[in-house]
Design a protein around this ligand. Sequence first.
Ligand code: GTP
Ligand code: MG
Length: 449
Amino acid sequence: MIHASGDTIAAIATPRGRGGVGVIRISGDAVPSLFGPLLGKRPEPRHASFGGFLDHHGQAIDQGLALYFPAPHSFTGEHVLELHAHGSPVVLDLLLERLIQLECRLARPGEFSERAFLNRKMDLTQAEAIADLIDSATAAAARAAQRSLKGVFSEQIHALVETLIELRLLIEAAIDFSDEEIDFLTEAKVIDQLKAMEKQLASIRSMALKGQRLREGATLVLVGRPNAGKSSLLNRLAGEDRAIVTPIPGTTRDTLREAIQLEGIPLHIIDTAGLRDDATDPVEREGIQRTRAAIAVADVILLMVDDNDVKPDGALIDALPDGIPMIFIHNKIDLSGNAAGRVPSDRGIKVRISLKSGDGIDDLLSVLTHQLGIEPEQEGAFTARRRHLEALEVALSGVLGAQRECQAGSQDLAAEQLRLSQRALSEITGDFSSDDLLGRIFASFCIGK
Ligand SMILES: Nc1nc2c(ncn2[C@@H]2O[C@H](COP(=O)(O)OP(=O)(O)OP(=O)(O)O)[C@@H](O)[C@H]2O)c(=O)[nH]1
Ligand SMILES: [Mg+2]
């Protein structure tokens, strides 16, 4: 059934600015009524037809291609018309004004995708995947978004929902027939299935976590005493001399941000002013303040130490916030003579390197990929969002709860837990979703999408 949306919407679908071609997208019931006044003819469905786009005097505002996709075989499921005009912001604005004269209205951000979702042309993860594809920062993220768009993520969720429904039926049957002998249902069987479900959910969650990393990337913050080699590492990772490196302690005053890629994951590396307590210079003190602000947004802290430094960094480490994973990098082993590579440590992960000789850098990168939970691009990787992860958490805790209730013999409570799990999973694909959630998701899309 086509969702009755009422009005016909129009938007410029190509980015603002000048270009060879600019596309206007129109969707809604009124599309066929535009053909006469706007095109002077009825375009053949799904064929490019060349001609003028006419103003109310019948004069051409521009000429280009019109593409008509009759409902329901279109992106939104409604009648869709695309006008491929010249990519001039002035021309495109004139065309939009003309469309408004013809009773179209400007589309809200994400409104085309929203209509596609409401008309069941795609589910919510697929609609989100379009936004992710457009926003993807790396080739790996784009490929992963393509897989979500094709439905790789949704299929897995649908399979889980199917299993959940079967389990609920089993348990609910047990409740209904609890006075009778039912040999097809043994408690052990249900618990086995719940355990299998838990495993599947956990594995999808870890895939989704990687998918979220692919989409959002991670922020690494370089901290340590002055002169440890933080800026040298930033330059090394960026592959160019971005930060000033000198033998003078306190060289870096401000925070410096660089974007790099590691195994297709976008990483933001922040180089900071070296931390020391006895900084008297007000500029350096401000720099140290900024270092602390950068630490607050870190996904991983890279704590750099001069391997030749005998003074322990205990106070510095204690001042760092708990709960952020940390990698200790001992630099300058060309001077200390220690061997390169990962070393066992009682406090976090420790790697010895030399930025001068390059020893140990590969070890550092592999520790980093491991810490970020990313491996060389995986088959089947898909993009995911924070809300998907939250829903998977809820679903998982429901399945764990159901296991506990089953073991305690409370089958009705177990059934309730599974109902909550199923609802959380259905929120991911949009099979169950509040208007509020949908509003928030589509409002974050751009106009024309
Ligand atoms: N021998 C040796 N020197 C290094 C190594 N890494 C960096 N250096 C030198 O150490 C000095 C300080 O390096 P930086 O990268 O500026 O150190 P930093 O931690 O950014 O210092 P601040 O900005 O002052 O906090 C420079 O002279 C570098 O050339 C290394 O592995 N071996
Ligand atoms: Mg520096």
